[in-house]
Design a protein. Structure first.
Length: 99
């Protein structure tokens, strides 16, 4: 959760060229909704209350948090930075590659 302010800034900076989507691994929809509100997450959040067993975490083999993917316009994983602190460069590269 410490990277939320950085993700907010990146979301604002690149909103014309990219979409940031969060995947909740909470086992409670109520907890997911509360966290989204408390942290002021303004980007879309996928939450089904099934934790790591949900279809999206399962499909992308999410093993922990944060897990970050840069997905290109074709739906392919472009990069997997290890933290939001390392997200901006591959995000810029994916945007440039799409142009």
């Amino acid at each position: 959760m410490e990277e939320v302010p950085l993700i907010k800034a990146l979301n604002a900076r690149y909103s014309d060229d990219a979409v940031i989507v969060g995947i909740s691994i909470d086992a409670s929809l109520e907890r997911a909704e509360r966290t989204i509100k408390e942290k002021g997450m303004t980007w879309p959040q996928l939450a089904d209350g099934r934790g790591f067993d949900g279809p999206v975490p399962t499909a992308y083999h999410v093993q922990g948090t944060p897990t970050i993917f840069v997905v290109d316009r074709a739906g392919n994983i472009f990069a997997t930075p290890t933290s939001a602190k390392r997200l901006e460069e591959p995000l810029q590269q994916a945007i440039q590659a799409a142009r």
